[in-house]
Ligand binder design. Structure first.
Ligand code: 13P
Length: 250
């Protein structure tokens, strides 16, 4: 069974609600590709207007974060039930920017992953190494640890539905895309790690994205790799270029 590609935009902290509607309307006709699941992960305040603007299209609206408690005194946080009620299907967890600026750890990422699944949301679980770690030759060890902790207590059925995004930190927002070989090597190692944890069937089904300076020119070769099932796209997801990335195989 061939895995279906999944190409997601991560808008990060960009686009006011008004701008979000305009961007969805601009991109709607450009991101049509029957071979691909298309997701726009948008700031929380943009979810409802973006969802409205995306109605009737192939675009699924995702969130960039969630909190790992159901409700209560957590000022400023967004609960899984809030996302579900708004119609969200996907949620990014453990993006490196959240780890760096908002003190996310492998443990909080695991809690968020479990909570997302408990509410029927599909987590897009981010992992990635720093340039120092790559130069030290510990990339695969590091990523395996991130994956193992993120998947603690995740069931096999849930793991099959998860999406993993491999995003080398040195490639994010730098214009320095990983080589196809580097990206494929790590994505294959992630799949092997999932195989060790859950068996071959889960490893075969789980979808693994590459992220980090993906562009219309780098997407076709990256997404053609056997273990790369699409991308998580930052900067280029805010531009008409995202249409070319989604149509990487046309
Ligand atoms: P860029 O595509 O802007 O490098 O961002 C990648 C990313 O962090 C997606 O989550």
């Amino acid at each position: 069974m061939a895995r279906r590609k999944i190409i997601a935009g991560n808008w990060k902290m960009n686009m006011t609600p008004t701008e979000a509607v305009a961007l969805v309307n601009t991109l709607k006709p450009l991101v049509v590709n029957d071979d691909v699941d298309v997701v726009f992960c948008v700031p929380a305040i943009d979810i409802i207007p973006a969802m409205e603007a995306a109605k009737g299209s192939n675009i699924a609206i995702g969130a960039e974060n969630l909190y790992f408690e159901d409700k209560g005194a957590y000022t400023g946080e967004i609960s899984p039930a809030m996302l579900v009620d708004a119609g969200v299907k996907y949620v990014i967890t453990g993006h490196s920017e959240r780890r760096e600026y908002f003190a996310e750890t492998d443990e909080t990422v695991n809690k968020k992953v479990l909570k997302a699944f408990a509410h029927g949301l599909t987590p897009i679980i981010c992992c990635g190494e720093t340039l120092t770690q790559r130069e030290q030759g510990i990339t695969i060890d590091w990523i395996r640890q991130q994956i193992k902790i993120a998947f603690l207590n995740v069931t096999e059925e849930q793991a099959k539905k998860a999406v993993i995004a491999y995003e080398p930190i040195w490639a994010i927002g730098t214009g320095k895309v990983a080589t196809t070989e580097q990206a494929e090597e790590v994505c294959a190692a992630i799949r092997a790690c999932i195989g060790e944890l859950y068996g071959a069937e889960t490893a075969e089904e789980i979808r693994i994205q590459y992220g980090g300076s993906v562009s219309a020119s780098s997407a076709p070769e990256l997404f053609a790799q056997p273990d790369i099932d699409g991308g998580l796209v930052g900067g280029a997801s805010l531009k008409p270029d995202f249409g070319k990335i989604v149509n990487y195989n046309k």
